[in-house]
Design a binder for this molecule. Structure first.
Ligand code: SF4
Length: 180
């Protein structure tokens, strides 16, 4: 399936004001999540989407911000369905990672608040995108990364990836909000 989210995001990647707004929102999200104190027990397995059995979604305004931070060392997705920014089991994109990465936790205790937090933050992202004049898109993460025109970024040729060892599979899904 093709999507134009990459083109939209690339056209809006250089806005300092936009980045400041996203950074502020992400700080708020991180603080709200920290107050809940969820625990990560799967050690990054949730970034290996097939193994974990879920998907991550991203908005166009977030992808624009993500490109601003990673255009010079772009990691296009490989054939396997895992995030290319997870290297040796760790996220190499923590500062610019999208809202879904921040809100999702496998911790059982997060189920009670996770969906409401996700919806609230998605609404805020829509408002930020609207204010910046960026067309709204909401697309699965790997598809969104794949849609970014490589002519507009600088892909790195080779990078180490984790060995894909799967120790535990949790079938629960990320909160999924239908795109509009
Ligand atoms: S950006 Fe980081 S946290 Fe999000 S899926 Fe990729 S590796 Fe995981």
């Amino acid at each position: 399936m093709t999507t134009d989210i990459g083109q939209i995001a690339l056209q809006n990647k250089s806005s300092g004001e936009l980045s400041a707004r996203l950074q502020s929102l992400y700080r708020d999200i991180d603080a709200a999540i920290a107050d809940r104190s969820p625990v990560c027990t799967n050690r990054g397995l949730c970034c290996n989407f097939d193994a974990y059995g879920h998907d991550l979604f991203v908005t166009s305004v977030e992808l624009a911000h993500f490109i601003s931070g990673h255009a010079e060392a772009w990691r296009p997705p490989a054939a396997e369905r895992r995030c290319p920014y997870q290297v040796e089991g760790k996220c190499t994109a923590r500062e610019h990672r999208p809202m879904g990465c921040r809100v999702f936790f496998c911790d059982e205790s997060s189920i009670d608040w996770q969906f409401a937090e996700y919806e609230k933050r998605l609404t805020e992202l829509k408002q930020i995108g609207e204010a910046a004049g960026i067309e709204y898109r909401y697309v699965e993460w790997l598809s969104a990364l794949s849609s970014v025109p490589l002519a507009g970024v600088r892909p790195i040729a080779e990078f180490p990836v984790s060995d894909g060892a799967v120790e535990f599979v949790d079938p629960r899904s990320l909160p999924v909000i239908e795109s509009e």
